[in-house]
Ligand binder design. Structure first.
Ligand code: AMP
Ligand code: MG
Length: 268
């Protein structure tokens, strides 16, 4: 694995976002323009590897995107999935749970959306919201959400033990960067549709969210289900990091196109 290994957390002991610089771009192969081109090339490579994944019909790939409001989850989905065949990739956004979802355990809606053989699923938010927004807003008692770290680790271990490659990305932006992006949502007509009044209220809880993220990552970074801490103040760098991590994980699978038995086949 390349240098981005340094962004990959497989054990969360002592983890704190304070130790990570959201402005960092030190691993970029070049400056902004060239790195953006490289990110586009990675998206095409993901498309090729996905074709192989689909053809092999063995492995499953689950990509989890988390981050504060405006951290670029939507933009990342758009960029890294720009070269893939929509037939075998599923983007899933997890919103406030519906009444039906709330009537079930919190992993129910998540499990229902995990990828099948040959598929890539990309989650925009995930079961992690159940130890993040749920914690920050005390939507369930602490004794309930606290148990979830172990439950999530068990769930993710089960997924990885049954053939799922699990990659979790935290898109790390600074509080100042969020102010600028929220302002852009107000100023830019093409972005305004994304603005939610709740975003302003959530921003006031910035420190609570950072603490919740610190603990969530600390408790759930494992060898089989690592977290990547992606410096995300610069979109071009964020795209390059996520693209690189996905390509490297897929290339490690050493996939091959299946070779059907063609003996005796004759087209008349
Ligand atoms: P967005 O990602 O901007 O479309 O917003 C989705 C909203 O759904 C966010 O405000 C999340 O905090 C909220 N959300 C997602 N999952 C949950 C959950 N399990 N419980 C409560 N709110 C959630
Ligand atoms: Mg939003």
């Amino acid at each position: 694995m390349s240098d981005i290994k340094s962004l990959r957390i497989t054990s969360g002991k002592g983890f704190s976002l304070k130790d990570w610089d959201p402005d960092d771009a030190s691993l970029a192969p070049a400056g902004k323009a060239k790195t953006s081109e490289e990110a586009d090339a990675l998206a095409l490579r993901i498309g090729e590897l996905q074709e192989l994944l689909y053809a092999e019909h063995k492995q499953k790939v689950l990509i989890v995107l988390q981050g504060m409001d405006t951290s670029g989850k939507d933009g990342t989905v758009r960029n890294v999935m720009s070269g893939v065949n929509p037939q075998s990739v599923r983007g899933v956004s997890f919103k406030k749970p519906t009444e039906d979802e709330l009537a079930h355990d919190y992993l129910w809606r998540v499990h229902a959306n995990v990828p099948g053989a040959g598929e890539i699923a990309i989650f925009n938010r995930s079961h992690y919201e159940d130890v993040l927004v749920v914690r920050v807003h005390s939507l369930v008692p602490e004794a309930v959400w606290r148990k979830r770290y172990d439950q999530i680790n068990d769930f993710e271990r089960m997924l990885t033990e049954t053939g799922t490659i699990l990659l979790k990305f935290f898109l790390h932006i600074s509080k100042d960067e969020q102010r600028e992006r929220l302002q852009a949502r107000i100023d830019d007509k093409t972005k305004r549709w994304k603005f939610q009044h709740g975003d302003i209220e959530e921003r006031k809880l910035w420190d609570d969210y950072q603490r919740a993220y610190d603990e969530a990552i600390e408790k759930t970074a494992t060898k089989n289900a690592p977290w990547f801490i992606v410096p995300a103040n610069r979109k071009w760098y964020r795209n390059w990091v996520v693209g690189t991590a996905i390509v490297e994980a897929l290339e490690k699978l050493k996939m091959k196109f299946p070779e059907p038995d063609l003996s005796g086949v004759k087209i008349v």
